[in-house]
Design a protein around this ligand. Structure first.
Ligand code: KIV
Length: 267
């Protein structure tokens, strides 16, 4: 392992050392660019169910699909920590199931760590994974794999008892050994409270500016996803529009006989 490679241990040590940016990636070429930009943590999110595969939720994505994309990302990365998101029902059934599937991400896909959703009830799974050499990124707040029980994509922890429960969940996951925790869709004050309570980095997505790190879905950041998007997204580019323009220009040039030109032909 190169000295500049980000590890779960290094990410954990970022607590209190300044803020850091994380992104998702699902393919080799994007992962390479994200890595070259110096992003320390790349998540092969199960959001690929929506961004890459066109499903309405993250629930249908399979282990086979996640392994396929995680392996492509791992091949494109030399510096960042590659975290594979464990898909719905690949770890919930039993600790043994979680161990077996998490092991596949490390052995077959070349991921460095896994992410699983859930609060204190997930602590035994987190502990077992870590005891068996697999670093775990926890994920609480809005956990999209529980969309049917949550009743929609809503801000979590607005009531004080819910907020307290989330603080305790974060503590339990830290005690179980998670190297960091994703906080999704929480009021900023709760993001701050959890960040101040735990000794591991919090990585926010829609959880305000006080988290130790931030993560965005790369397709959202690049402006490739649809117009309707959650408030917490910031678009740093309008690649969707640029791509459409390039496709149209190519179509026109082919139809008008301008492409290929002499410079694109072998002599
Ligand atoms: O799947 C994903 O992309 C995620 C991030 C939103 C944290 O879980």
């Amino acid at each position: 392992m190169s000295a500049t490679k980000w590890t779960a241990v290094r990410i954990r040590a970022m607590k209190g050392q300044g803020k850091f940016a994380c992104l998702t990636a699902y393919d080799f070429s994007t992962a390479r660019l994200v890595d070259e930009a110096g992003i320390p943590l790349i998540l092969v999110g199960d959001s690929l169910a929506m961004t890459m595969l066109g499903y309405d939720t993250t629930l249908p994505v399979t282990m086979a699909a996640m392994l396929h994309h995680a392996a492509a990302v791992a091949r494109g990365v030399s510096g960042a920590l590659v975290v594979a998101d464990m898909p719905f029902m690949s770890y919930q059934v039993s600790v043994a199931q979680a161990l077996e599937n998490a092991g596949r991400f490390i052995k077959e896909a070349g991921a460095d760590a896994v992410k699983i959703e859930g609060g204190r009830f997930r602590a035994p799974t987190v502990k077992a994974l870590i005891e068996n050499g697999i670093p775990v990124l926890a994920h609480i707040g809005l956990t999209p794999q529980s969309i049917h029980t949550l009743g929609g994509y809503k801000v979590q922890g607005k009531k004080s008892e819910e907020a307290q429960r989330l603080v305790e969940d974060a503590q339990a996951l830290e005690d179980a050994g998670a190297f960091a925790i994703v906080l999704e869709c929480l009021p900023p004050a709760l993001g701050e409270a959890i960040t101040k309570t735990v000794g591991i980095p919090t990585i926010g997505i829609g959880a305000g500016p006080h988290c130790d790190g931030q993560i965005l879905v790369t397709h959202d950041l690049l402006g490739i996803t649809g117009e309707v998007s959650p408030k917490f997204i910031k678009r740093y580019a309008a690649l969707g529009a640029s791509m459409k323009q390039a496709f149209s220009e190519y179509k026109r040039e082919v139809e008008q006989g301008h492409f290929p030109g002499p410079e694109h032909c072998y002599t």
